[in-house]
Design a protein around this ligand. Structure first.
Ligand code: 6R9
Length: 649
């Protein structure tokens, strides 16, 4: 079956939309020609305790990179998400929470959410946590995760959410890096009927830190009901702490540029980076993109299936939707449990109008033909969204036809942890869609494509994606390391923000993301640095050297292919391979588990000792006919051995 290459805006989408194409074009033009005027107006969508008079002071010049938005304004993010909705929306549902098991659910209205946030905020203040202190949140997908984030925001504490799938060591290093005083966790997590020992992991993480442990208290949510090791004086049950607290709490007045949160993400080198976002600009961006990109209208039921451990959960489960007084579904489980129909069942159960999910989830469903949607209604859906990695046209078409029944526009949203919110995206009632293209920039976003020398390319072209100026939601720095921030993002192409992504621009000015151009993998929409996995591998006693590359994987997008050289005297075996796989899973997380591990006597290196990843990537992808120049290798014979023993997925 052939599919159209362009899908015009549908009459239904046009009828319902906030913005049609003319409105988008006019607003975009104003947003780049007069950003001060544009954002002076749109910043007012928030409730400010003290209105801003300054709008924008930004620079991408190396040595002086900064972004200050609404700098003299004062506000509180939790007030914007909760208090201001109470007069009209107190009894409206903020979250329909759907548990791992289809029989378990809870609803939380705006009033209930407000009161619980206030109780926790009061409890945290009582424990001595205040403005500027860091709090690590290590929770599964339960309403308490949103409560914890908002309670931090209420008292001006800076949250650092760590994905509940991360190992004790990964948790520990993130706690240490930002010096958290407090950890909020649960007894256990529950996904697909499998439990994760979150409290035990926390104990291990803090134990390993020893004297470097900055944590004074651990708040524990009783979720699964498992017994925990209680550390007297340090551990407190969440329900005990909240029981005696009043349901109101004075919000901390925050400067627009005061930090709201830190979120660790993988880079191409070294340890994870603590991306820092501040309050005013981030909130404006999260709220405005949520409204326009998903064409959210009052009364809609919206479901973002991401995890709060990732930036998508921050901006599009918590801050954006709540700032817009939206009703959201929050889901604890996985798309395939107890059956492949779970996503469709949740859509029908809550009459979901807007679904925001990831290509990897779509491909996992698609692998079962149409079983995931057979016999399901799905007629409530109006808009579909995609995020996390490029969506291949096959998956796009399946999503469009099988889930959206060819009625619903798909917004393929490109952005990053660093950008705070969506930057390149269609708008449902404004943009003609091309399957596989993230299409056009959101307001004030100025993408450009440069070649490897940094020369800006015109018209239809392909190269490296950069951004030419600031937008309110951009990251401000890396926590505690502004120098690394400038080096990582602004030194490759001076004066520009380098995304790390490759992109193509077509004759209509549409952007097509082509994947990372640095040493970052995208496995099931999750970012992993190859350097991080390699340093874990070489810490294993049997391994002398390791190189990690991605290879095309049908469901995950990219799989992890590992080349390892054993230490002298070590004999590779199936058992050892298994042990190495387990080592990585334990040390980082299940997401980082290698798919393929190939033992090799040596790695291809230049004479100066650099591992030639380009060659390894080709071998892993089974493209060894196009290895390119290998004459610069110190020992070209390694390559033959590698090809001969290449593993098949
Ligand atoms: C939001 C998020 C960011 C990286 C980014 C890019 C990839 C995200 C995409 C996409 C193509 C899209 N990415 N959305 N690639 N099309 N619609 O995923 O943040 O976890 O920081 O990952 O994900 O490579 O650079 P994050």
């Amino acid at each position: 079956m052939t599919h159209p290459s362009v899908y015009p805006v549908t009459p239904e989408a046009l009828q319902r939309t906030w913005l049609d194409n003319d409105a988008y074009l006019a607003m975009y033009q104003q947003s780049v020609e007069d950003p001060d005027g544009f954002w002076r107006e749109h910043g007012q969508r928030l409730q400010w305790m003290r209105p801003y008079t300054q709008v924008r002071d930004t620079s991408f010049t190396l040595g002086n990179v900064h972004a200050h938005w609404f700098a003299d304004g004062v506000l509180n993010a939790s007030v914007n998400c909760l208090d201001r909705h109470l007069p009209e929306h107190a009894n409206q549902v903020a979250y329909f929470w759907e548990g791992d098991s289809p029989d378990v659910q809870r609803t939380m209205t705006y009033r209930q959410l407000y009161e619980e946030v206030c109780r926790l905020a009061n409890g945290m203040r009582q424990l001595g946590v205040g403005k500027g202190d860091r709090v690590t949140i290590y929770l599964p997908m339960i309403p308490e995760a949103a409560v914890a984030m908002l309670a931090c925001a209420r008292i001006g504490a800076v949250h650092s959410v760590v994905f509940a799938g991360f190992s004790p060591d990964a948790l520990g290093s993130r706690i240490e890096d930002c010096g958290s005083k407090l950890v909020i966790t649960a007894d256990q997590g529950l996904r697909g009927a499998r439990t994760t020992p979150l409290k035990d992991n926390t104990d291990l993480a803090l134990g390993h830190l020893g004297k470097a442990n900055p944590v004074e208290h651990v708040i524990v949510v009783k979720h699964v009901g498992q017994n925990i090791d209680e550390h007297a004086g340090r551990d407190i049950w969440y329900h005990d702490l909240l029981a005696s607290q009043p349901g109101d709490c004075e919000p901390e007045p925050m400067n627009a540029e005061d930090p709201l949160f830190i979120l660790y993400t993988s880079g191409s080198t070294g340890k994870p980076k603590g991306v820092l976002h501040t309050t005013g600009g981030y909130m404006v961006w999260a709220a405005m993109t949520h409204q326009y990109v998903f064409d959210y209208h009052p009364g809609d039921v919206y479901w973002c299936s991401a995890d709060v451990g990732w930036v998508t959960g921050h901006s599009y489960i918590v801050y954006g939707p709540l700032a817009n007084a939206a009703t959201s579904v929050m889901f604890e489980g996985i798309p395939t449990y107890p059956s492949i129909k779970r996503i469709a069942q949740i859509i029908d159960k809550y009459r979901v109008n807007i679904l925001y999910t990831a290509p990897t989830a779509i491909r996992a469903l698609m692998a079962h033909g149409t079983a995931a949607v057979d016999g399901m209604d799905l007629s409530s859906l109006k808009v579909l969204g995609s995020v996390g990695e490029p969506i291949n046209p096959e998956a796009w078409n399946w999503y469009h036809e099988q889930v959206g029944k060819s009625r619903c526009p798909i917004v393929d949203t490109w952005w990053q942890t660093e950008t705070g919110g969506i930057l390149i995206t269609p708008l449902p009632g404004a943009t003609a869609l091309k399957p596989g293209s993230a299409t056009r920039p959101f307001f004030s976003v100025r993408p450009a494509i440069v070649d490897n020398e940094g020369k800006m390319l015109d018209g239809a072209c392909e190269g490296n994606l950069v951004l030419l100026g600031s937008w309110p939601g951009q990251m401000r720095t890396l926590f505690g390391d502004h120098e690394r921030f400038e080096q990582t993002y602004f030194s490759t192409y001076p004066g520009m923000y380098f995304t790390g992504d490759g992109a193509r621009r077509d004759e209509d000015g549409y952007y097509w993301l082509t994947g990372r151009v640095d040493d970052v993998l995208n496995v099931s929409g999750h970012r992993l640095g190859t350097a991080e996995i390699e340093s874990c591998l070489v810490a294993h006693e049997a391994i002398a050297e390791a190189a990690v590359v991605g290879y095309p994987h049908d469901i995950k997008g990219q799989g992890i292919y590992v080349f390892v050289a054993p230490r002298v005297g070590v004999e590779p075996s199936e058992e050892l391979t298994k042990a190495v796989r387990e080592w990585v899973r334990r040390d980082i997380s299940a997401i980082a588990t290698p798919d393929l591990i190939q033992w090799t006597p040596g790695l291809p290196k230049t004479r100066s000792g650099k591992i030639m990843r380009r060659i390894l990537r080709k071998i892993a992808a089974n493209e060894h006919d196009s290895l390119g120049d290998i004459t610069t290798l110190a020992d070209p014979s390694v390559v033959e051995h590698l090809i001969e023993h290449r593993l098949n997925a």
